[in-house]
Design a protein around this ligand. Structure first.
Ligand code: NDP
Length: 676
């Protein structure tokens, strides 16, 4: 591979890093893979460009437009993935490891694109929850909304996943409408730069939406304000230093951290040797030790087993680890590649020596490993190292020291309570896993350990085949953990987007709040004039467009007919005496589904038109019984709209059914698909 010269991307220009060039070594050969200048960039210009150009451009787009952009970026990564796979082995990673990084990264963007399209509005304001009635007459209401922060997100990324680590942060940031300045870890910056280049070359990103810093961050932190977010992944010591930066503190800049994590995996007390869960546990511990040569923030560092199974577990792990071939990750037969650098290997060795003061190395040798592949003989390879600590309650280092390599410590526990307490001694982790086939054990463990772990993966014979495993953070689930893990939270679907937005409590009249949020609130004006709302195409239908129907009486015959027709002859509809004995009913009452059906009969405009399909109901409540002789009428109001594609969009209707006394008997939201 020729030596790459890396560039930063500042105010939409690729720029050299200036003097004081450093060499970045290949993890496999130890030879120079890339060079990067480390001279100061014009950080003032970067920040200005993000704030004044990138931010306004992104904020002018709707969530759906930003989602479409993310989809295009994800596609571009997939289309050009082989260029990234070509660089991947130099980081020490096998193709399988690279799949997590490269295609996992694209998959995360795809997921954000789809979440943005399906769960967020085609709008620039995001409503949070339901309106709150804060006045007696309902003329003064409360509503929470999210709008994008007006600063930038500074992404400081770790070396281990140069592509995924960048994209999992860019997805939610860009979807929120916030520009990003990305600072990849120097050790693998050549792969991050190559992926970043692909994003830029799509031409899909507005100017200023993303910028790239290769090398140090200079005075960037001194420029932070309360409108900015720092999203950090790396070591606890760097996180501590950066979150204590005077500017972060003075400006209350948001700081999200993923840092060290002594993740635990627990073999359930029910999972005796020979059970599927025992085998799955062994497989998972070995996989987590060796994928990415253990350089995964979610890797299993502590493996707990019932004390009576300690020997069998150790034997099974050692046998399985013995089959791992270490070597040139470009070779297919290599199951495990290299650590990212010789410095990282020294760090891992130091950490293992610290662990070995209170645990025995029962598999692997710190100094020796058989390496396959000729060009790899001088690379940063290390053997998988399994330690066993017989007294995890007296030991300290095993719960504190993160050896960021293929290293795990096996430990015994007495009972489930003990296992949870030991898992919690990591003082906060990104993930813990439990291998059990017993839901009672799972529940007890979750109650005892949940507070200490950002994610709990419970794996058994039923889920194993489809399980995404202990170590995979997923875009739809939160990634982050309390305490030692950094106290941050990333991804989690739409939750992750909100980290880059401000939640504001709005107060005002229903008409004002409807206008601000583009979502009709009861009490706001309606337009009940013809035509019927079902005659209007998606584009012509305005929020607040309403039909108020004439009343319809519900007779005992109607109720009996409905009961026999549908087969729903529940006593509350059929048996006067039994119904009277029920505290909710004055006597026989109409079926809830009858009310819904009659409501539809009242508001529907039957002729073919723009309404294509009934898509479902949300938030249905039956609030008062309807007795024979009562009459009902309906108000149906267009509440909000979400375009799906060029052909149709989803309309959400606010529906209220009232009786002859004006009491509300049912409320719900009806969803229809309407032609554009
Ligand atoms: P670091 O904390 O040193 O680096 C993480 C990121 O922070 C890199 O982009 C680094 O840039 C940047 N950085 C470092 N110092 C500063 C600073 N003063 N100002 C601004 N940015 C800074 O972690 P490493 O990646 O070197 O990994 C070291 C250890 O961290 C690992 O051995 C492991 O224990 C842990 N780690 C934990 C992870 C987790 O999520 N649990 C993930 C990755 C690592 P640069 O590369 O240019 O120095």
């Amino acid at each position: 591979m020729s030596v790459l010269t890396l560039k930063s991307y500042v105010a939409d220009e690729w720029v050299d890093g200036g003097p004081n060039e450093i060499a970045i070594a290949s993890a496999v050969t130890g030879e120079t893979a890339a060079r990067a200048g480390t001279g100061a960039l014009d950080f003032a210009a970067m920040v200005r460009h993000a704030r004044e150009v990138g931010g306004p451009a992104l904020r002018a787009m709707t969530f759906h437009e930003r989602a479409a952009m993310l989809k295009g970026l994800a596609k571009a990564i997939m289309d050009r993935k082989e260029a990234l796979y070509a660089l991947n082995p130099e980081t020490g990673a096998t193709r399988k490891d690279g799949w997590i990084d490269i295609e996992g990264g694209a998959g995360t963007l795809f997921s954000y694109a789809s979440k943005g399209k399906r769960e967020l509005p085609d709008d620039r304001v995001l409503i949070d929850g339901e309106p709150e009635r804060i006045s007696r007459e309902g003329t003064f209401m409360g509503l929470h909304v999210f709008t994008p922060l007006q600063g930038f997100a500074l992404h400081v990324n770790a070396f281990n996943f140069p592509v995924w680590g960048m994209l999992e942060k860019l997805g939610p940031t860009l979807l929120a409408g916030v520009p990003a300045i990305v600072k990849p870890a120097t050790a693998t910056a050549y792969l991050a730069e190559a992926a970043f280049r692909i994003l830029i070359e799509t031409g899909l990103l507005p100017k200023g939406a993303v910028q790239l810093v290769i090398g140090p961050t200079g005075d960037l932190f001194d420029r932070l304000t309360g409108q900015d977010v720092v999203s950090f992944t790396g070591s606890a010591s760097t996180a501590q230093k950066l979150r204590a930066h005077p500017r972060v503190i003075a400006e209350s800049a948001r700081f999200i951290a993923e840092q060290d994590s002594l993740n635990a995996s627990v073999l359930g007390p029910d999972a005796e040797p020979g059970s599927p869960e025992f085998d799955l546990f062994i497989k998972e511990v070995v996989r987590e030790m060796t994928v990415k040569a253990g350089q995964k923030c979610t890797a299993i560092r502590r493996a707990f087993v019932p004390e009576k199974y300690l020997k069998e577990a150790e034997k099974a792990l050692a046998e399985s680890l013995a089959r791992i071939k270490v070597g040139d990750p470009a070779l297919e037969e290599a199951r495990m590649g290299a650590l990212v650098s010789h410095a990282q290997r020294e760090d891992v060795r130091d950490k293992v020596r610290a662990l070995a003061r209170e645990a025995d190395i029962v598999f692997g040798d710190l100094e020796k490993v058989e390496i396959i592949g000729e060009r790899a003989q001088k690379g940063a390879f290390i053997s998988p190292i399994l330690l066993r600590c017989d007294d995890p309650w007296t030991a300290k280092a095993v719960h504190v020291v993160e050896a960021f390599g293929p290293v795990s410590t096996l430990m015994p526990y007495r009972d489930l309570e003990d296992a949870a307490a030991l898992a919690n001694r990591g003082e906060g982790s990104l993930v813990a896993s439990l291998f059990t086939h017993d839901p009672k054990i799972a529940r007890e463990f979750v109650l005892a350990a949940g507070a200490y772990h950002g994610r709990l993966a419970i794996i058994d014979r039923d889920s194993a085949k489809e399980s995404t495993g202990h170590g995979s953070p997923l875009p739809v689930l939160v990634h982050g953990g309390p305490g030692r893990a950094g106290g941050g939270e990333e991804m989690g679907g739409a939750r992750g987007v909100k980290h880059y937005m401000q939640r504001t409590a709005l107060q005002g009249s229903p008409a004002i709040l409807t206008g601000v949020a583009n979502s009709w609130i009861k009490g706001a004006p309606v337009d009940a004039a013809p035509p019927h709302p079902f005659r209007l195409k998606f584009g012509a239908l305005e929020i607040g467009k309403t039909i108020e129907t004439k009343p319809r009486e519900i007779t005992l015959d109607d109720i009996e007919h409905f009961a026999h027709f549908t087969g729903d002859t529940f006593y509350a509809h059929m048996d006067e005496e039994a119904a009277r004995a029920n505290p909710f009913f004055p006597g026989r009452v109409a079926h809830g589904y009858l009310i819904l059906s009659f409501a539809a009969g009242l508001f529907v405009d039957p002729a073919p038109g723009p309404v294509l399909a009934n898509y479902g109901l949300d938030n249905l409540r039956f609030l008062a019984p309807v007795s024979p002789g009562d009459s009902i009428k309906v108000r149906l109001t267009a509440k909000s709209k979400k375009k799906r594609n060029d052909d149709y969009g989803e309309v959400r209707w606010d529906v209220e059914v009232a009786n002859q006394k004006g009491e509300t008997v049912a409320t719900y939201e009806l969803l229809t698909m309407n032609a554009v």
